[in-house]
Design a protein around this ligand. Structure first.
Ligand code: PRP
Ligand code: MN
Ligand code: MG
Length: 182
């Protein structure tokens, strides 16, 4: 199909809901980091939209960097063993790091990433994610800022893809079963 509308089942979170929730998170982050400078790290590619929108709502001085990581192994579930495809260009020594993610699903990617970044001598490492799924609860990882807790459904849009598509949808939606062969 060439029409993305036909591939969607429903809109789970609207563009307006995302924006007003990010307003709240930005206010919280500004309060927590008062008097400090943040190094905001976006995890490519899913975090592109939330990184762009959340940072534009912050008033705290910040710099940005990006990482690209990939889970080893085949299958649809992430293995927890992560490979760095693009590393940071910034020295983390003494920095206040805020990792930005689009979604914490199994939590394995972030769990590995947080440990990896903590080993580089930062003053602090916190995590902000737009979405969190129920499975994330079974991994021992502290996520300081969560936009929305969502049910265990396959979601796309606002950075999240299925087969690299749908990232540009301005909302979070669920896919119709015909798209993934259901
Ligand atoms: C997705 C998502 C998170 C990660 C969450 O990224 O953007 O980064 O999976 O999964 P986990 O909590 O189960 O580890 P993906 O690997 O699909 O890459 P992408 O961001 O380029 O889409
Ligand atoms: Mn990702
Ligand atoms: Mg993906």
């Amino acid at each position: 199909s060439t029409d993305m509308g036909e591939d969607l089942k429903e809109i789970l979170i609207t563009e307006e809901q995302i924006s007003s929730r990010l307003d709240e998170l930005a206010a919280e982050i500004d309060r927590d980091y008062e008097g400090r400078e943040i190094l905001v790290i976006g995890v490519l590619k899913g975090a592109v939209m939330v990184m762009a929108d959340l940072t534009r709502k912050l008033h705290t001085p910040l710099t940005m960097d990006w990482m690209a990581v990939s889970s080893y192994g085949s299958g649809t579930r992430s293995s927890g063993v992560v490979r760095i495809l693009k590393d940071l260009e910034t020295d983390l020594e003494g920095r206040h790091v805020l990792i930005i993610e689009d979604i914490v699903d199994s939590g394995l990617t972030l769990s590995w990433l947080k440990t990896n970044l903590e080993s580089r001598g930062p003053a602090s490492v916190e995590i902000a994610t737009l979405l969190r799924k129920p499975d994330a609860a079974s991994v021992d990882i502290d996520v300081e800022y969560v936009g929305f807790d969502i049910p265990n459904e396959f979601v796309v849009g606002y950075g999240l893809d299925y087969d690299q598509k749908y990232r540009n949808l301005p909302f979070i939606g669920t896919l119709a079963p015909h798209v993934y062969g259901g």
